[in-house]
Design a protein around this ligand. Structure first.
Ligand code: HEC
Length: 232
């Protein structure tokens, strides 16, 4: 009869336990791989804005994909963030205006859409001046350099009389026939390279302000410029 020592039995039991643990881990991994819903789609095909059934389906899909995001899963969280940002842009593109719209950084240069939002806000010329003079940061956190360029003797038309020049000169130009001051100012700030005031350097005013300003900042800046109605 083969004599089996107690140490041998102990080693065998240990190996068996190790195998069981390994098998369980494998099963668990396989199960999560199969059971886990697909990762959020980072490039959802946007449905038409007026197709409410498709929009609801899209929202349901988003809720489903939320369950794919487990704690500490950096990739899934990144994808979710991306999806959220895209859905937010889609809702805004479809005309949704959240109640905190004034604090949102504009991020678009579609002047018509921006003007629609500004119609709902009241511009504060005093705060506009603080922003313009870099005494207060704008929505994205940066201070603006407007007054540096728009001071007497600098590269840009002087701030004083901005409204008056609109009223007496710019508004007489054919291309501004359908404009009011607000549209002119907003376009000057968001799309500065669409039109250059004659006699001033072109492509000099930065074209990134849509990424710096919140809607309220823009309303305040426009109100400040509108108050520049000094006589020439
Ligand atoms: C680096 C210099 C520079 C900075 C900074 C700058 N601008 Fe300008 N801006 C210009 C120049 C140059 C022009 C004239 C040429 C043109 O039309 O682009 C101009 C034109 C304008 C006009 C049209 C003025 C008119 O008399 O019709 C407005 C309005 C304006 N800027 C507003 C702003 C505001 C608001 C800011 C800050 C958010 C700003 N600018 C920052 C250089 C600058």
């Amino acid at each position: 009869m083969r004599c089996v020592s107690t140490t041998d039995i102990g080693a065998q039991i240990l190996t068996a336990i190790r195998r069981i643990i390994l098998l369980a881990a494998l099963c668990a991994a396989l199960f999560t791989a199969v059971a886990q819903p697909a990762a959020p789609d980072v490039t959802p095909e946007p449905p038409a804005c007026d197709d409410s059934a498709a929009l609801s389906a899209q929202v349901a899909q988003l809720y489903l994909s939320l369950s794919a995001v487990r704690n500490g899963d950096a990739d899934a969280l990144g994808a979710l963030y991306e999806v959220g940002a895209r859905y937010q842009a889609m809702a805004l593109d479809c005309g949704y205006l959240p109640s905190d719209i004034n604090t949102l950084v504009i991020n678009i240069t579609d002047v018509d859409r921006v003007l629609e939002v500004l119609d709902m806000l009241n511009g504060d010329p005093l705060r506009g001046q603080l922003l313009y003079d870099a005494q207060e940061p704008a929505g994205a956190g940066d201070k603006l350099g407007c007054s540096g360029c728009h001071a007497p003797g600098e590269v840009a038309p002087i701030t004083v009389g901005t409204w008056t020049r609109w009223d007496e000169e710019r508004s007489q130009e054919e291309r501004f026939a359908t404009y009011d001051f607000q549209r002119y100012a907003v376009e000057s700030i968001l799309l500065p390279w669409d039109y250059f005031v004659a006699g001033y350097p072109e492509y000099t005013m930065p074209d990134f302000y849509h990424e710096k300003l919140s809607y309220q900042d823009l309303a305040d800046l426009v109100a400040y410029l509108e108050s520049q109605d000094q006589l020439p």
